[in-house]
Design a protein around this ligand. Sequence first.
Ligand SMILES: Cc1cc2nc3c(=O)[nH]c(=O)nc-3n(C[C@H](O)[C@H](O)[C@H](O)COP(=O)(O)O)c2cc1C
Ligand code: SF4
Length: 528
Amino acid sequence: MITVYVPRDSAATSVGADEVTVALEREAALTGRSVRLVRTGTRGMLWLEPLVEVDTGTGRVRYGPVCADEVAELVAAGLFEGAPHPRCVGPVDELPWMRDQQRICLARVGVIDPLDPVAYERTGGLVGLRRALAMPPEQVIAEVTESGLRGRGGAGFPAGIKWKTVADAAGPDGLKFVCCNADEGDSGTFADRIVMEGDPFSLLEGMTIAAHAVGASEGYIYLRSEYPDAAAVLSAAIGVARDCGWLGRDILDSGSDFDIHLRIGGGAYICGEETSMLESLEGKRGMVRAKPPIPAITGLFGRPTAVNNVLTLVSVPAILADGGKAYAELGVGRSRGTQVFQLAGNIARGGVFETAFGITLSELVSGYGGGTHSGRPLRAVQVGGPLGAYIPAERMDLPTDYEAFAASDFMLGHGGIVAFDDTVDMASMARFAMEFCAEESCGKCTPCRIGSVRGVETIDRIVGGEDPEGNLALLSDLCDVMTEGSLCAMGGLTPNPVRSAMLHFPEDFTARRQTTSAAQGTTEKESR
Ligand SMILES: Cc1cc2nc3c(=O)[nH]c(=O)nc-3n(C[C@H](O)[C@H](O)[C@H](O)COP(=O)(O)O)c2cc1C
Ligand code: SF4
């Protein structure tokens, strides 16, 4: 029996993985081979999708990108035997992209069928949960605290401290919740989706451990509406977990009850902000709540609630399985463990790459990412989503470390890295930041709601040559007002991309723009 693995997640199916699977089944039947096809998640090397892996008995040999039309030729050339071919990229674990990673969140993604509970347990699943259930909750919190795990949703808040706050909060009636923030609205981020589609049980396990730690009996996953494939996988995984006794009453014969419900988001970026997410979960419009009270004390339906990002929760089973100390040995400074970096934008090799904190931007973007897709010089990267700063190419030596980033007024956020080559116009990127804020603002406070609109107008005046000096000063003042006066980080951080564009690329707001416009004008005249 030959086993062939083909990803079933949305990254792979969007480029034809389903058609490739059908073609493989057809060729197996035509050639009389006994082939077992296993659908997995993506390995995260998106430029190689659809990626077909063949188990040769001595390891998996991979072919990619494979298109359905060429499957017959590949099979004739010996794909089912792992034979060499121009599409063959060799054994899975020997490619530098795979070899150099430290995959904790991604350990099983691309390896097993995401909905196979036997394969999940065979690859270390539930070890962390069983260990956690055998401990008193405070010891689970102590392990997570010792691991140094910080929230991966953007703010980097220590998970252990948050959980202790929820555990210590009495609430009105003892009812508590765990909410997984799977809204993943940041530009250039897709790691949550890849994990949810490729290893959903690890998220359910992480949430169940969190529930035991904080004393919650109900959990919610708030998933963005744009992820229908993840919704289907998660719903199926919740059903399988209930059938296996991993969720519901008396989980794993521990005497504890915990169940998880999937809720589909309202389709707005601001619904990823935790208080807005809670409003949306309660069936209301996604509007930001003033803090305090923090959700850990007064959260969903007024009860103490642990809100955590997908990657935060998915890191937890390994922490409980191997101990907080082992996890804390990875990383630098106060950035412990691993981060799933997402390489996107104008990049030769895009995808997800999980490694310990401390790797430099250059190693990620120019090294594993292979530089820009266009082949032109890199000019900037935006790290941390639409509210993250634009980091100039000269700063690519920066280590990925929350504190090192903060010291330079940058932020790591959710670990999304979007690359731009030297054709990018940073004034229009600054304008886009304000425009995005105007579009996505919940409208509750003036600096964000009105400031972002005035920001767009001010940048238009600058690039239009209308009193550039005066309007640049006005834009700078406006950024100060938004930073200081906004109720939440949406309005408060929008100045990040704007200020970084002004600071690191001033020529795009004045001289370079005028030279470029003049040159374009000349070319236009010549071509007439
Ligand atoms: C505008 C805005 C959007 C956000 N979107 C997300 C999101 O999509 N996913 C997420 O986990 N956190 C998002 N956050 C951060 C959450 O408010 C919150 O800090 C996080 O979910 C807490 O989980 P963590 O401690 O595990 O990171 C967003 C914050 C803001 C201000
Ligand atoms: S900063 Fe923007 S998104 Fe946040 S509360 Fe104010 S208006 Fe709403």
